[in-house]
Write a protein of this length. Sequence first.
Length: 621
Amino acid sequence: MAAQRLALHDLPPDDPEEEDDARRGFIGTIPDAEVRGAYDQVIWSLADYGFLDEASAPASAHPALWRHARINTLHGLFRVTERIFQVRGFDVSNVTFIEGDRGLIVIDPLTCKETAAAALELYFTHRPKRPVVAVIYSHSHADHFGGVRGVTCEADVHAGRTKIIAPAGFMEEAVSENVMAGPAMARRAQFQFGHTLARNACCQIDAGMGKTIPRGTITLIPPTQLISETLETHVIDGVEIVFQLTPESEAPAEMHFYFPQERALNLAENGTRSLHNLCPLRGANVRNAQRWARYLGESLERFGRDADVVFAQHNWPTWGSERIVGYLEAQRDLYKFLHDQTVRMMNRGMNAAEIAEVMQLPDSLRALWHTRGYYGTVSHNVKAIYQQYLSWYDGNPANLHALPPEMAATRYVEYMGGADEILDRARRDYEKGEYRWVAQVMNHLVFAQPQLREARELGAAALEQMGYQAESATWRNAFMLGARELREGRRSVTGFAGRSRDMVCAITEEMFFDYLAVRVDGLRAQHMHARIDWQFTDIGKRFRLNLQNGTLTWSSMPSSQPAHVVVGMTRDLLNRILCGETGFVDALRDGHILLEGDGGVFKALLGTLDTFDGEFNVVEP
């Protein structure tokens, strides 16, 4: 409670225009924004967030995050300009509808086809029904393209009735990010979004960019048109759009849009109502803060001073020329300040943890609601910038080859006088409110003695208190899920999106072989030497695989060396295998994979493959 009282004194002056902006242009909605699937299962609902009706934050939530979470519950169809509409609160992201001369342009059709279809139905409930003539993907994250089959179909795309427009590099980035580190990323995302947690004032209340992620079907239709120049202007169904590429910002492939006729600027996900992540808790390549700031500055100079409204694909818009300029300047300087000051302190010899501990935003940025860390945090972003330049290593040789947690934990416990002594001292520190330290110490004790209930309970209590104090929704979710898993153990996650057939079918053959190589247990394969020709008989592609030195490599170039075995199969069969509908062993048995030569070589390769269950331990060994 004392921490929350202190946080209240740190808040900016109240700004009623923020909530006015979030409510402006409201047209209509449906109860709780509830969306159900084909079997009447709940895909999305805000009903569980009714506790946020209470205006004042409870002791279990940071007051700034509580305020932000309340605004994020506003849902429905909103008019942004005469031609531009958004559906907000039906997913973690927003979908934007632009009325053309005869049809509809859709920007970012949400995460899954069910929420996208519900958003389109809501739009048609209040506006004239018209065909979707174009879908635009602003960037390569699934919550901005996964619902495409809810607003159009492949037949309309192939017939040219619907264009699919995306930034250059979109397909490679959209698919690859979810392939190589997919199992690890999905598990870590549980801690970021908190979608497996209960929704109440003591648990999950928000995800920063929106409430949480939906449980529906992720889809993907490849683009028919790519934006490849820094600035491109196109007229789509009578609507002039200036596209501004912003690669290596919030996503590797991303772009902004300016609509001159509407005097409206869309910043995709580079300018939202929060400090964003330079490296999300789920993991990703570190995002370039310097470029991010530069792109926002370019948008300000090229478009912002002429705009009447600026909006994004998360949260809510800002209206008015003076407010837009101030908003863009602050968002630009937010990322540039963090970048420059991190690098400055880095060059004075400070490591990532030291910089993160002392970094503070200037008073002018701290005084604004939209620069606060409801999603990203100053601490986490500082460490991402440090990682981008200097890697994980802090320069101290003592940390260069430190023991891993399980090995180190036993030694820590021994050095600290044993479990009873640690628990006694940690309980006293907990009573003094030293939750960060207690969580750190209990982590050592749990890794040394994972069955010790007292250590798990005290560690969980410390994490829970840290969650109550966190302004960032993602940090709160991580602390809360960590606390739950210490108390209850790891749960199997059900009811959320599994493998997306469209994403699987979009994996190139080259990506597949790269992923296959990651699955090879190198030491198990170290004595094998195999040359395998792999043919996809339906698409006429052939690859040479070489397994040697425990390493699988591939080439699409013809080889002069004879293969030990030739593998023949269709690409459609590979898709079925990747979707989990069958397996290599079953396909061999059923005759769907044909082998010429030494079939034992191919079977031996399959025998080296590791499997990932995606539900590994995190807060315990």
